[in-house]
Design a protein around this ligand. Structure first.
Ligand code: ACM
Ligand code: ZN
Length: 544
């Protein structure tokens, strides 16, 4: 016996000690396990290197979980490291906004980071190192709140690591959105893209235009798919569906997200996917309407007209949205806007002529650029789906590449930021196993290993261009996800794969190792009481 400490080299899948296995998702950059453990008890204190409010906030979530699950919370004081403390130090020399170093010894824990966000990330690692009962909502008897001795040096590969949720096709309550955001934080995902407006529902209160929610948040019927004799049939369900967030609801969600260092990016769709808005304001369409909030899924011809009134309306809305959301970015949609109505509208055609534009694509580009200019007066920048490349990219726009990777490649080559969310790898509403064994959904086939194997940096890019790939996002569209449990079933554990794609260095990625760690993570999902998919345990992985 050379040493009692089992030291594992950097890059090894799991750090293992005799006491406890170390399973963390996303896999840290470096993780070395040692013999022994630290036990958190009511006498343990959290000691901060200063009394800074942000620093206090960075430890509050873990402390709140301890109170719920263990029945005690830890005193938080400013001071120096000592035995039986979790010492959290801000070190301005430490590199990286989200990086952290976590050292767990038998007598004390030390966390070091440059920012409170880095400290928070370390607490989420501690959350995964504690017994799964830390996720319990009621005090649990007989649990030893032990953490294996470990040295972790960690930092994310990408700045932007997100999940998107479509609350238009099916609404998710404020409480459910909050649960979803906690799941993001648990996986060290730091962006929540909130898809708030679409043809099938307008889901955010706008004070100046109450009809947007009074009319636009309610639909009277919808299409649903059923499987009959091996064939997929679409049937109408004449069940009304509605729901929206008041601005107070939004503020509550934002406060919850801020405590978890998750940035919430609102999406207000334009010029397409606007039928719910047009049902309340048909005068902003090319044809004048009338319209109903849509109950079918897909791409619709009726979009916002480019008349002046549309811009006054959208600017009013964006003024309220910009005041509500602290995010620097606002997503303005831009996808799937058919040009048929514009091609037949005298107002839109007059615009094309007077602006000297070539066609309707250039008109869309002008539309988006005008909105970008307006939002820049509010200190905001835009993200749009990759169609915003057509007819020319607005000067400071960031592109969300969904129709493949080409949009992201084109954006990066033009030195614009790109977020990779190709439908081939990152559409988490697609089937994750053989459709015969799965609840009905929109189609496709993206098992968890396909998500996992994705590399957001396309080979086509030079090292300089690759810097414009800001990160990665999984999208949860909800045409066929009627309940929040069903959304969670689609989102997890594939969301864990998104997290590792966004965080872990490419050289450390290993699917088999990920799956082994996932088995531990599932115990935590169980303790949270969430619904998730397990078909990856039954279906055989085809090697890439
Ligand atoms: C999209 O899936 N239409 C962005
Ligand atoms: Zn028009």
């Amino acid at each position: 016996m050379l040493s009692a400490a089992l030291v594992l080299a950097i890059g090894v899948c799991r750090a293992e000690s005799s006491a406890q296995q170390v399973n963390i998702i996303p896999q840290p950059v470096s993780c070395v396990a040692h013999e022994g453990e630290f036990t958190v008890g009511p006498k343990t204190r959290i000691v901060l290197s200063s009394s800074d409010a942000e620093l206090q906030r960075s430890v509050a979530v873990l402390n709140g979980m301890l109170l719920k699950a263990a029945g005690f919370s830890l005193p938080v004081v400013a001071g120096k490291a000592a035995d039986n403390t979790i010492y959290c130090a801000i070190n301005p020399k430490f590199a990286g906004d989200e990086a952290y170093r976590l050292t767990v010894e038998k007598k004390r824990i030390r966390i070091e980071a440059r920012t409170p966000h880095g400290i928070f990330n370390a607490t989420q690692t501690l959350r995964q190192l504690l017994p799964p009962q830390i996720e319990n909502r009621q005090p649990t008897q007989g649990v030893r709140w032990s953490i294996p001795c470990v040295e972790i040096d960690d930092a994310p590969r990408f700045d932007y690591r997100g999940l998107h949720l479509d609350v238009c096709r099916h609404f998710a309550s404020k409480e459910d959105v909050i649960r979803f955001i906690d799941l993001l934080a648990f996986h060290k995902l730091n962006r929540f893209h909130w898809h708030l407006t679409d043809d099938q529902g307008w889901r955010i209160e706008i004070k100046k235009y109450p009809e947007l929610t009074a009319i636009g948040s309610v639909r009277t019927r919808e299409q649903f798919g059923v499987e009959q004799d091996g064939k997929r049939e679409r049937v109408w369900m004449t069940k009304s569906h509605s729901g929206f967030y008041t601005q107070d609801d939004v503020r509550q969600v934002l406060a919850y997200a801020a405590d978890r260092f998750v940035t919430v990016i609102p999406e207000v769709e334009m010029p397409g996917h606007a039928k719910a808005a047009l049902s309340a304001h048909p005068e902003l369409s090319c044809s004048g309407g009338p319209f109903e909030v849509e109950g079918c899924w897909g791409v619709l011809e009726d979009i916002f007209c480019t008349r002046e009134e549309t811009f006054a309306f959208l600017e009013d809305i964006l003024t309220e949205v910009a005041a509500l959301f602290p995010s620097e970015y606002i997503h303005i949609g831009g996808d799937e806007a058919p040009k048929l109505r514009w091609s037949r509208c005298h107002v839109c055609q007059e615009r094309i002529k007077s602006l000297g534009l070539k066609d309707e694509h250039e008109l869309q580009s002008w539309f988006i650029t005008r909105i970008e200019k307006f939002l820049s007066t509010k200190g905001k920048r835009i993200i749009g789906w990759d169609e915003i490349l057509e007819g020319g990219l607005a000067p400071n726009a960031t592109v969300m590449s969904w129709r493949g990777t080409e949009g992201g490649i084109a954006a990066a080559k033009q030195h614009h930021g790109a977020i990779m969310t190709p439908y081939t790898h990152m559409y988490l509403d697609y089937y994750q196993a053989d459709p015969k064994t799965e609840p009905y959904t929109i189609g496709g086939y993206i098992p968890i290993w396909t998500v996992y194997d994705y590399n957001p940096v396309p080979q086509e890019l030079t090292a300089d261009q690759a810097k414009y790939i800001l990160g990665v996002q999984g999208n949860i569209w909800t045409e066929y996800q009627l309940t929040f449990d069903n959304m969670l079933y689609m989102a997890f554990p594939r969301g864990a794969a998104v997290a590792e794609v966004g965080w872990t260095p490419l050289a450390l990625k290993n699917y088999d190792c990920f799956q082994a760690r996932l088995l531990d993570l599932m115990k935590r999902y169980d303790a949270m009481g969430i619904t998730y998919n397990t078909s990856f345990l039954k279906e055989e992985r085809k090697q890439p």
